[in-house]
Every structure is written in structure tokens, then in C-alpha cells.
Write a protein that binds this ligand. Structure first.
Ligand code: ZN
Length: 169
């Protein structure tokens, strides 16, 4: 059990494997950091996509993903990649952790985030499938006709199911 994050479908051996509990922590710290950094609509969309990786709704052990499932756009791919790298850095710096009602295991979280950063560096635009962004955009617009929603408790961008960080508590 647990969840895998892979570089892209078919390259599972290069990915990381996490317990279900650790997956929730990683998603939470990325959403906390990303919600604080995201300024543009594109950046917020990427973080809301992460907020959808919510095991409490989708089921335990079902939220693994490949990097090519992230709704990248080819047009601003380098900027999106740079943004996610800064989100990982901020997550390592414990952005928003004070809003959590538990203390994540700093060493384990940092190790996993560093591996994610390595994967991000290796992820290239040739793996981007823009169909994912097109589909995501539709889901997103249906879920949020009035725009982005922030959890008042965590300042975290929410999915249509609410706050992934609240659900992790
Ligand atoms: Zn919350």
C-alpha cells in the first residue's frame, strides 16, 4: 500500500514511494507553501490540483501520480517548473507549519521533498500532455465558478471538497 509519485507513466523505478500517512503530510506541506507563494492564476491552478490529491475523499492509497499528470502548460512550462521548485523550497522551510495541529517529521519530510525536487529537475517538457491541463481547466471552472477559495484556518487553496490540510488533521 501507500502511494507512488513517478516521473512519468512507464518510469516507475525512478519515482518515490510513501506511506499513506506520509503522503498526506507531503501534500499538506506542499499546499500550505504553494498557497502562500501562488500569485498568478496558473500558479494557483497547480496548487489546487495538488489539493485534489486528497486521500480522505478519494480513498487511502489512491492519490499517487506521475509528474506528467500535473496540468502543465507548454507555453509557460519553464516558469511553472520554477514555481514548483520554489514551492518545494518553501515547504522545506516549513511555510505554514504553524497552522498545523501536529508537528511533521522534519527530517523525513525534507528527504522526500528533496527527492521530489530531483524528479522535478529531471522532468522535461517533452513529457507534458496538454490534454491534462485542458481537462483540468474544465473541472476547475465547474468547481469554482466564483474563483479560488482559501481555507481561513490554513490559508490553503481548497479543492471542491474543501481543505486538504483540514482533512489531514
Ligand atoms: Zn484548512
Amino acid at each position: 500500500m501507500g502511494n507512488y509519485i513517478d516521473l512519468y507513466d512507464g518510469l516507475e523505478s525512478e519515482g518515490i514511494h510513501m506511506s499513506n500517512a506520509m503522503t498526506s503530510v507531503i501534500i499538506s506541506v506542499l499546499v500550505l507553501a504553494g498557497s502562500r507563494l501562488a500569485v498568478t492564476e496558473r500558479q494557483k491552478e497547480l496548487i489546487v490540483w495538488l489539493a485534489y490529491q486528497d486521500q480522505s475523499i478519494r480513498g487511502i492509497g489512491t492519490v499517487g501520480f506521475s509528474f506528467n499528470e500535473i496540468p502543465w502548460s507548454k507555453e509557460s512550462f519553464p516558469a511553472e517548473k520554477q514555481f514548483l521548485a520554489s514551492v518545494i523550497r518553501e515547504a522545506v522551510s516549513e511555510a505554514g507549519w504553524l497552522t498545523l495541529d501536529y508537528q511533521p517529521n522534519k527530517a523525513r519530510v525534507a528527504t522526500l521533498l528533496e527527492k521530489l525536487d530531483d524528479m522535478l529537475k529531471r522532468f522535461e517538457i517533452t513529457y507534458v500532455d496538454e490534454q491534462n491541463y485542458a481537462e483540468w481547466k474544465e473541472i476547475f471552472q465547474e468547481s469554482f465558478p466564483e474563483g479560488f477559495q482559501l481555507c481561513p484556518r490554513h490559508d490553503a487553496l481548497m479543492s471542491e471538497w474543501g481543505c486538504v490540510v483540514c482533512h489531514d488533521s
